[in-house]
Design a protein around this ligand. Structure first.
Ligand code: FRU
Length: 486
């Protein structure tokens, strides 16, 4: 891949014309998704500011316009009436103030008194490239969807922590009581979640302290994108601990996980009632963001970046990178998060494809009802059944293995080519969402999910079932209006 100079990475987007040709070029890629949110140009990473306002859902993503690298980050805006079909709304937060001169980093959103506020990290660097992270706020105006940024940031970094203090998650605890949770690294290089409090969402923020999470105070050197969610009557601390190696995840240093427990906001203690769990057992999932509003009182909706930091993807050659996962419904069952594709996604179904052909459509939903104890299925095989991504369940050990080593285009191999999850029960059902360059495998009504990017060659569009199962394949219609809006 081309080497990017600092100047190229931190170039400011002055006009849409600067990326028009790039847009045309990447729209020809056979790996452009049809029903997943993807960057209009360049690179997408974390989802940000997921919210519901006047019957519409809004979501933003971290965006570097000029190519597949992590450079000067903007917030790009997409919206949806139903969380199924999405349209591009254009640039929302540009890094154009002194306090965010090297990037408008991740954050969240709040609707209060009919006004819409975005909270994000201003990644400031001085002329010696010394970083100072600021917590910033911008008001978003309906209709024009332009933002108005405040003159000064809400607050700067606090002592006792390094330059890594970012990703504000705003939470309204009660009337006149708001907290912002930031991901941080302390001076001893341990990951932390730190808390600020105010009685007013737009001013008066004071540092309150760090969240004490018994058993997890030495768990990775930085926690990115922490948040505390309420799911099925529990508190869930979601975060991305970095630079630890976890079982069954190869050399991967970036994890997207959670603890279930209870949060005491007065004492700043999160008491876990179990171990740390991965949110996703696949290869590409990070920085999960939950919607600020629930669809029903019992459910939380989550979307994540279908990618990981410090990684390269085959589409880098085509000058774009990244996409988001499908929206998922979260619930707690047996002290674990259950993740199911949003119910409304069935609206994408067009007609059924004949599974006997052994051909895997470009964009489809495959339902596999296992009829034996074991299961063995390969996706994206060649016509002769060789290669592909193999999904194997062994009933005796209850272990489910996803092995991608049969694909021709492999990437991020340092993270390993195999992912494993031990199930509690027999494998009954797989619900698999395939788009042009991704696969999301939902196991037994959301017991586990394996999310991965996949870049099949033209010769890798078959599948092979080696055990007995009933299979239904739905062709899915496009749901992303991939037009040029900046
Ligand atoms: C996570 C992350 C965040 C940061 C953002 C920058 O992927 O590193 O911590 O705010 O990406 O794009």
């Amino acid at each position: 891949m081309k080497e990017w100079t600092r100047e190229e990475r931190y170039r400011f987007l002055e006009s849409p014309d600067e990326v028009r040709d790039l847009y045309k070029k990447i729209s020809e890629s056979k790996y452009r998704q049809t029903y997943h949110i993807q960057p209009v140009t360049g690179l997408l990473n974390d989802p940000n500011g997921f919210l519901h306002y006047n019957d519409e859902w809004h979501l933003f993503y971290q965006w570097f316009p000029f190519g597949p690298v992590h450079g000067l980050k903007h917030w790009y805006h997409v919206s949806s009436k139903d969380l199924v079909t999405w349209k591009n709304c254009g640039l929302a937060v540009a890094p154009d103030k002194w306090y965010d001169n090297r990037g408008a980093y991740s954050g969240s959103a709040l609707v209060t008194d009919g006004r819409l506020y975005l909270y994000y990290t201003g990644n400031h660097r001085d002329e010696n490239w010394v970083r100072t992270p600021y917590t910033c706020m911008a008001e978003l105006f309906e209709g024009s969807w332009r933002v108005h940024k405040s003159k000064e940031p809400l607050f700067g970094p606090v002592e006792g922590y390094t330059e890594h203090q970012r990703d504000p998650k705003i939470i309204k605890l009660e009337e006149d009581r708001y907290v912002i949770v930031l991901g941080a690294q302390n001076d001893a290089k341990q990951g932390r979640a730190i808390v600020f409090e105010s009685d007013n969402p737009v001013s008066g923020w004071k540092f309150k302290g760090e969240i004490n999470v018994p058993g997890f105070m030495d768990f990775g050197d930085m926690w990115e994108c922490p948040s505390v969610q309420n799911v099925s009557g529990y508190n869930v601390l979601m975060f991305c601990p970095q630079h630890i190696t976890l079982k069954y995840r190869g050399q991967s240093q970036n994890h997207n996980g959670y603890l279930i427990g209870s949060m005491d906001w007065d004492k700043l203690v999160f008491q876990p009632i179990g171990q740390f769990h991965e949110l996703d057992f696949g290869f590409d999932s990070y920085a999960a963001e939950c919607a600020a509003r629930r669809r029903t009182w019992a459910e939380t909706t989550m979307i994540a970046w279908m990618g990981i930091p410090d990684a390269e993807y085959p589409t880098d050659e085509e000058m774009w990178s990244g996409c988001l996962t499908l929206p998922r419904t979260l619930r707690v069952r047996n002290r674990r998060l259950i993740q199911e594709p949003l119910q409304e996604l069935t609206q994408l179904r067009v007609d059924e494809a004949d599974p006997d052909t052994g051909i895997l459509p470009d964009a489809c939903e495959m339902n596999v009802y296992n009829q034996e104890k074991d299961l063995d299925l390969s996706l994206f095989t060649k016509e002769d059944g060789s290669g592909g991504i193999n999904i194997h369940f062994d009933y005796d050990t209850k272990v489910l293995i996803v092995n991608r080593s049969g694909m021709t285009q492999l990437f991020n191999e340092e993270d390993g080519n195999i992912r494993i999850r031990k199930l509690d029960n027999k494998l009954d059902h797989l619900r698999i969402y395939i788009d042009r360059s991704s696969v999301e495998i939902f196991v037994n009504s959301g017991d586990a999910v394996f999310t991965s990017r996949v870049f099949p060659l033209d010769t890798e569009h078959n599948f092979k079932m080696n055990t007995q199962a009933e299979i239904h394949i739905w062709n899915l219609k496009p749901a992303i209006k991939d037009n040029f809006v900046i």
